[in-house]
Write a protein that binds this ligand. Sequence first.
Ligand code: IPE
Ligand code: IPE
Ligand code: MG
Length: 241
Amino acid sequence: MGFFFRRKEIKASAVPETLPRHIAFIMDGNGRWATRRGLRRENGHRAGAKTFREIARTCFQRGIETVTVYAFSTENWKRPKNEVDEIMRLLSSYIDEAFSDFKNEDAEVRFIGRREGLSPELQSKMDKLERASEGRRYRLRIALNYGGRDEIVRAVNRLIECGEREVTEQMISGALDDSKAPDPDLVVRTGGDTRTSNFLLWQSAYAEYVFTKTLWPDLTPGEIDEILSDFSKRHRRYGGL
Ligand code: IPE
Ligand code: IPE
Ligand code: MG
């Protein structure tokens, strides 16, 4: 249990001095949140979408430049078709609202992940949102049909297509879906499981991790402040002393 972040030990305080520049969320636990309430899993995804907006807004308000959220993995296609369809419908309606939603926060939205396999309508909405929000101050990255291994393989193939025969770490970093944002300093997984589930494998080489048992729809700005306070006390050595 020591691996888990213990809520009561850390008091919420003012925004700490050492903030992550980039925070990434594995938004897990929507299904269990709904099941525990006797609701269908889809209701959990709807509640999770609301939490996502509140948490992203909180992070920007605290001054974190980049927020990445894991919305749908390359493995999530294994789920029953009706759940996948409902998640895609929710994402599509979220994108419609996002045009105005993150304007106030001055956030640029970009999607990472494999476009192939998503409906043409969804892809065109994603393109439009990216264009409309380009150049804004804060960055919101939505990992959709995303897998860390898949992203690395696509990056290497892009380099091969460009005629490269040998690759360097810098070249791979530069060929990933989003080469603009810095690597995540902090990855937060809700829902109680302590694994990465194929999220940002390359970029998280030296990320700090926080695992909380809180289910994603129950995550609050108060717990974000506690997590940020915990992060500010960590000593990152990057292999040094
Ligand atoms: C995360 O919540 C959202 C997606 C993977 C799309 P889950 O749907 O995995 O919720 P649990 O883990 O089953 O509770
Ligand atoms: C990870 O959650 C993917 C997302 C949050 C989108 P999963 O629920 O798919 O992960 P596993 O299956 O428990 O590893
Ligand atoms: Mg899950």
